[in-house]
Design a protein around this ligand. Structure first.
Ligand code: GLN
Length: 541
């Protein structure tokens, strides 16, 4: 029997609903239940691939090649397993399926209506995700907050699923309790309203997760209990934490797993041993700092700085650093500054290691290339991810192989030296204007060359990593670049595409066409990140 836990959000977004969902899933796993998590995004976009990271955060990519929300990355990191395509849906995708079904006469001549056909398709997808991962529990996180017009059909799906499966569905609301500085008191009213909104959709929360700057106290628990119709024991304290990996431990302080199992009338299959306690201990013991700079461009929204765009990169640095007993100090560097004020690039010598992550388009490209040049010439450990690798190839071509004006055709289609050019099948996609979900996506194999940094890091010859790109290294320049000292240490064995570049006379200079950050996990740091952080820690004493 599969059981379903819907996780909704109240009051405001960005309070850690994804981490709460991932944490509950990991706690149920620890109690011996096979668990998976589904993310629902209420957008018309068919997947997350067409959204700018500044709008929507990082675009995560699954093994089977879906561009999805960053929360899928959180689920993978907390559950320590791959989450596949079936576990993500958007409003656009759901509608697309229903419309395609209608065109294929799959509704037997019925009038196809928003209700029930849309929620039924949502339910079909939720069940499919559970079936594919043979889950005892499926957590379903509904993006955004309740009360948003675009979420109603998902709440409706939850309500219908509950009627169909009595005793097998519960609802959790992750809500925010502000402590206005002018009052100095935690306020419960916004959460009361949020619960009432859920009630008006025909749903009653079984559990309230009370997010706030500090733990919720007894008087406020009682108040919420009375006004929201939820037992005080089912109100779980969720104060701000330093590390997201503290969240499951905090939940257990209020016995969340036990409360959930009780609602379903079942017992734990084994006693959770909470690997998170061990991880937190490791984090707290890491004292020696290593300062890593991420040179990117998806940071600003008005006056605020976002780091969500590079969440997997940030997590991968942390995982690697902790595994080496180091304390990562991560800073965001806006590459645009090096275009307007090139002399600023010297500030990069303060960093023990530099990462240029993935990206698209021309904005800040020359700034990134300046940063890469600085890292190469000043022997600062460097890791280039996807676009970072392509731009490292451009920099090397221009300045080391003396191919002046070398570029990627993504930016300059007329460059005399197109060292990075479009993949043949991608050219057709661009011509057709087929730009959604059409990149080279998901896991592909890569063969590593003997005696290279890459091969030593992985400790094997054949690996598989996740991709998201349209452009690649132009094979007709390989000989020239090799002659100038660039090593192609990883190639795709099926199509002879360059997957990894590196430099020999440098403490650590590696670029990957794939995104290693997507596969890093807290208990299984990625080998390339580990070697990079190790080199960084040696570069600055
Ligand atoms: N814009 C580059 C490409 O499409 C790199 C993509 C990326 O960094 N994910 O190939």
């Amino acid at each position: 029997m599969t059981r379903y836990i819907f996780v909704t959000g109240g009051v405001m977004s960005g309070i850690g609903k994804g981490i709460a969902t991932a944490s509950i899933a990991s706690l149920l796993e620890e109690r011996g239940y096979n668990t998976t998590a589904v993310k629902i995004d209420p957008y018309i976009n068919v997947d997350a691939g067409t959204m700018n990271p500044v709008e929507h955060g990082e675009v995560f990519v699954t093994e089977d090649g879906l561009e999805c929300d960053q929360d899928i990355g959180n689920y993978e990191r907390f559950l320590h397993k791959n989450i596949l395509k079936a576990n993500y849906m958007t409003t656009g995708l759901v509608y697309k399926t229903v419309i395609e079904n209608e065109r294929a006469l799959k509704y037997d001549g019925k009038c196809v209506e928003v209700v029930p056909h849309i929620p039924e398709e949502v339910i079909r997808r939720i069940k499919l995700a559970g079936k594919k991962s043979k889950a005892d529990f499926v957590l379903i996180e509904i993006g955004g907050t309740i009360g948003e017009y675009q979420n109603i059909l998902y709440l409706e799906a939850g309500r219908m699923l509950k009627i169909q499966n009595p005793g097998a569905v519960i609802f959790v609301i992750v809500s925010y309790l502000p402590v206005p500085s002018s009052l100095g008191e935690m306020k419960t009213k916004p959460t009361q309203y949020a619960v009432r909104t859920l009630n008006s959709a025909g749903l009653q929360p079984d559990i309230i997760i009370a997010r706030s700057s500090s733990p919720i106290d007894e008087p406020r628990k009682k108040k919420l209990s009375v006004f929201c119709n939820v037992a005080a024991e089912d109100i779980i304290s969720a104060p701000d934490v330093k590390s997201i990996y503290e969240v499951p431990i905090n939940f257990e302080r209020d016995q969340l797993t036990q409360r959930i199992l009780k609602k379903f009338g079942i017992a734990a299959r084994k006693n959770g041993h909470t690997p998170w306690v061990k991880l937190l201990k490791k984090i707290s013991l890491a004292k020696k700092e290593v300062k890593i700079g991420i040179v990117g461009k998806y940071f600003d929204t008005g006056k605020f700085v976002l780091k969500d765009s590079y969440i997997s990169v940030i997590e991968a640095i942390k995982h690697a650093a902790w595994s080496l007993n180091l304390k990562p100090e991560i800073q965001w560097i806006n590459a645009l500054d090096y275009e307007t004020k090139p002399r600023l690039v010297k500030e990069l010598k303060e960093y023990a290691g530099l990462i240029v992550p993935g990206g698209f388009g021309s904005r800040a490209v020359e700034g990134k290339i300046k940063a890469i040049n600085f890292a190469r010439e000043n022997k600062i450990p460097f890791l280039g991810l996807c676009y970072g690798m392509q731009l490292a190839t451009v920099e090397f071509a221009r300045n080391a192989a003396k191919l002046a004006k070398a570029h990627t055709t993504e930016i300059n289609p007329k460059t005399p030296h197109p060292v990075i050019h479009i993949l043949p099948e991608q050219e057709k996609n661009l011509e057709k204007g087929d730009l959604g979900g059409s990149m080279r996506l998901g896991a592909y194999r890569c063969r590593l060359a003997k005696d290279t940094i890459a091969q030593k890091a992985y400790g094997k010859n054949l690996i598989s990593e996740r991709h998201r790109h349209r452009y690649e290294v132009n094979n007709s320049y390989r000989a020239k670049l090799e002659k100038a000292g660039l090593t192609f240490s990883g190639l795709n064995p099926d199509r002879n595409l360059v997957e990894i570049i590196e430099l020999r006379n440098h403490p650590f200079f590696v670029g990957t066409q794939f995104h290693p950050e997507l596969k890093s996990r807290p208990f299984e740091p990625h080998p390339l990140f580990v070697e990079f952080v190790k080199a960084a820690s040696k570069s600055k004493k």
